[in-house]
Design a protein around this ligand. Structure first.
Ligand code: C5P
Length: 407
C-alpha cells in the first residue's frame, strides 16, 4: 500500500521543497524579470511567486489526501491503476500550473522594458609609482603600483533593452568594434557572469584617450561598460564582484572600475585605496611613438631590471598630503629600461622646465605625465607642449567614484 501511495505525494512534496528553498535563500532571485525591477518590486515579485508555490503545493497535497481517502475504501485490485491515474493527474496539473503562474506574474511585472541610457566617463589613469617585480609562473609580473585617476576621458553612452544584440560603435574608425575591443568583451563578460539575459545593448564610444599610451584607455572603456551595465541591469551587484570579474579582462581594468588613488599589488587585481592625492593638475603628453605593453615587459626581463622596493615612501607622502614628497617618491621600472636618447626623456625635461613638480612615464608608456600644483600653470604648459606634441591633454586629479567598503 505505502509503496504505491508515497509516489502520489511526490509532486506536492517537491513543490513544498521548492517553496522552502525559496525561503531559505532569501538573496536569490526567484522571479527573473525581463526588465530591471527596483529592489522593492523584486522582493514583491519574489514574494508573489513564493506564495503561489505554497498554495499550489498545499492544494495538491490536500487533493492527494482526499483521493487517497476514497480510494482506500475500494477493493485492493482497483487501487493500483487509480494511484497511477492520480499521479498522472498531479504531474499534468503541476505542468499546467507553471505557465499561468509565470504569465500572471509577468503580466504584473514584466511589461516590455523601455530603453534606458546611461553615460559614463572613462577616465585616464597614471602610475604615480610602478615597481615591476620578477615574472611569475603564470607569465605575469608581480607589481606594486600606485594608480591615480585623471580627468581626461573617453565617453561611453550605453543603451539597454534595445531588443537587438550587442552593438559597439566608435568615433575612431581605427578601433575594432567586435570582440577584439575590450569594451565589447566587457559587456559579454558582464552578461555571462551575472547570468542576466542580454535583451539588446548598444555602446557608443567617443574616443579621446590615445592608445598604447599607458593611460589605461582601453581598460577605462571596459570598466565604464561594466559600471553602466551594473547600473542598468544589476544595481545591487557589489563593487568588489565587478572588480573581480574585471580582472579577467585585463590587469588595469579592476582599478578603473572605481579609480581614485589606489595601491595595486599582484598582477593588478589586489586593490587597496589610499589617502587621495592632494588636488592637483596633470598634463599628459603622448608622443607619436607607441609602446606595446608586452614588449616593454620583455625589455625589463631582458635587462633583469626588477624593482621590489615597495611603495612605503609614496604611501607616507600621500598620507601626509605632501604633493612635492609624492613627486619625489615617483618611480617607474619601465622608464629605467628605456634608452637614454628616448623621446620620453625630452618630454619629461620639457614638463619640468614648464613648472611640473614631477614628471614620469605612465604605465608602460609611451605617454608622459607631469604634475602641476595649479590649473593655470598646467594649462599654460599644455598649450606650450601641444605645439610639439599635438596629443597633449590637461586635467585635474580625480578621487574614486565610490567608497571602498572592504577596508
Ligand atoms: O593584463 P593585460 O592584458 O593588460 O596584460 C598585457 C600583457 O602585459 C600581458 O600579456 C603580459 O605580457 C604583460 N603583463 C605582465 N605582468 C602584469 C601585467 C601585464 O607581464 N602584471
Amino acid at each position: 500500500m505505502l509503496r504505491i501511495w508515497w509516489c502520489v505525494y511526490l509532486v506536492p512534496a517537491l513543490m513544498l521543497l521548492c517553496a522552502a528553498w525559496g525561503y531559505l535563500m532569501p538573496r536569490r532571485r526567484l522571479y527573473p524579470s525581463p526588465r530591471p525591477l527596483t529592489a522593492e518590486r523584486q522582493r514583491f515579485a519574489d514574494g508573489q511567486l513564493r506564495r503561489m508555490l505554497w498554495q499550489f503545493a498545499l492544494a495538491f497535497a490536500a487533493l492527494g489526501l482526499l483521493v487517497m481517502g476514497s480510494v482506500r475504501r475500494l477493493p485492493s485490485g482497483a487501487q493500483r491503476p487509480i494511484a497511477y491515474a492520480v499521479m498522472l493527474l498531479q504531474a499534468v496539473g503541476a505542468a499546467a500550473m507553471v505557465i499561468p503562474i509565470e504569465r500572471a506574474i509577468r503580466e504584473r511585472f514584466g511589461d516590455a522594458p523601455a530603453e534606458q541610457t546611461v553615460t559614463e566617463r572613462a577616465s585616464a589613469k597614471v602610475n604615480l609609482l610602478l615597481a615591476v617585480g620578477e615574472q611569475r609562473p603564470d607569465g605575469y609580473h608581480e607589481l606594486v603600483s600606485v594608480m591615480q585617476t585623471v580627468d581626461v576621458c573617453d565617453t561611453l553612452t550605453v543603451r539597454a533593452h534595445t531588443g537587438g544584440g550587442l552593438e559597439l560603435t566608435c568615433s575612431n574608425p581605427d578601433l575594432p568594434t567586435d570582440e577584439s575591443n575590450l569594451a565589447y568583451r566587457a559587456a559579454v563578460k558582464f552578461f555571462s557572469y551575472t547570468g542576466i539575459e542580454n535583451d539588446g545593448v548598444s555602446i557608443e564610444l567617443q574616443k579621446l584617450l590615445p592608445m598604447q599610451a599607458g593611460l589605461g584607455g582601453g581598460s577605462a572603456d571596459a570598466a565604464a561598460v561594466l559600471r553602466a551595465l551594473r547600473q542598468l541591469y544589476a544595481p545591487e551587484l557589489p563593487w568588489e564582484e565587478l572588480e573581480s570579474l574585471a580582472a579577467d579582462l585585463g590587469s588595469d581594468v579592476p582599478f578603473c572600475v572605481r579609480g581614485g588613488t589606489v595601491l595595486i599589488r599582484g598582477r593588478g587585481e589586489r586593490l587597496a585605496p589610499l589617502v587621495p592625492l592632494p588636488p592637483c593638475w596633470f598634463v599628459l603628453v603622448k608622443p607619436p611613438v607607441s609602446f606595446s605593453t608586452r614588449t616593454m615587459y620583455e625589455l625589463i626581463d631582458r635587462h633583469r631590471c626588477y624593482d621590489t622596493s615597495g611603495a612605503d615612501d609614496m604611501v607616507t607622502a600621500l598620507s601626509a598630503g605632501d604633493l612635492p614628497a609624492v613627486c619625489a617618491a615617483m618611480t617607474n621600472t619601465f622608464q629605467r629600461v628605456l634608452p637614454p636618447d628616448s623621446e620620453i626623456f625630452a618630454i619629461r625635461a620639457r614638463l619640468l622646465s614648464l613648472g611640473a613638480l614631477g614628471a614620469m612615464l605612465s604605465g608602460s608608456g609611451s605617454a608622459v605625465f607631469g604634475i602641476f600644483a595649479d590649473e593655470e600653470s598646467a594649462r599654460m604648459a599644455c598649450a606650450a607642449l601641444r605645439g610639439t606634441w599635438p596629443e597633449t591633454f590637461c586635467g585635474r586629479s580625480l578621487p574614486g567614484r565610490q567608497a571602498f567598503s572592504h577596508v
